[in-house]
Design a protein around this ligand. Sequence first.
Ligand code: SF4
Length: 245
Amino acid sequence: MKSAGFYLQGKHTFPYRVNRRNISQCMIDEKVLTVYETLHARYGDLHWWPAKTPYEVIVGAVLTQNTAWSNVEKAIANFGDRLEPEFVADVGLAELIEIIRPSGFYNQKAVYLKAVTAWFAQYGYSVQTVQSEPLAKLRTELLSVKGVGQETADSILLYAFGFPTFVVDAYTARLCERYPLDAGNGYIALKAFFESNLPPDTAVYNNYHALIVINGKEHCHKKPHCEGCPLRYTERINCKVHLPS
Ligand code: SF4
C-alpha cells in the first residue's frame, strides 16, 4: 500500500516510538521491540491506512481480502465521489458488483460490503459513536458480520476507529516463524503475544503492522530475499533464515 492521506483523525503523536515505561516489564520480550525499532529505523512512520475517510478504510478492509491492493485501488476509484455508507446501503447489488469488480470475488464482496455497512448503520454512521463503545463488544459484533474475519475486524477497529487492537496477517506469522518470535500459533495467539509485549498504543499498533507488511513485501516473501533486509542482522539476534536472494 501507499502512504495514507487519512490518518485516524490526527490523534496520534509522531514519531511512532514505543514508550517502554508503558510496558509491563514482567511480560516483555525484547525481541518484539528490537523488530519494531529496527523496522522503524528503516521505514519510519508509514501513516496507514491509505484512505481519505474511516468508511473508506472499512471498504478497503473488505475489498483487500484475497487480492492485491492495486485491485482495491481500482475498485475504490470506481466509486468516485459516492464512497459513502448511505450510497452502499441504498445501491442495488448488481450496480455495487460492477463498481467493485476489479477487486475480485465481487459477488461475495458486494454482499459483505452491504453487511458491514448495515453494522455501521447501527451507529448512525458516526465514527464518534462507534468509538464510545467498548472494543471487545465491537470486535464481537464485527466478527458476526458476514465476510468479516479476525484480520478484517481488527483492521477496521484499528485503522478506521483508532482502537488499540493488533492486526495479524500472513506476513506477521511468517516473520514470527523466521525471526523467530516465540508467539505461538494462530491468529489469537499471535495477537495476544504482540499486545502483551507492547504498550496499548494505537499509533504503535498502527505502524507496527504497516512495517511488517512493507518489509514482507520488500524482503520476507515466501522465498525470502534476506539481502538488505533490516532484520537480517539486528543488534540482539540474527534472523534465523539467511537464504541467498
Ligand atoms: S532476514 Fe530474511 S527471513 Fe528474516 S525477516 Fe528478513 S527477509 Fe525474512
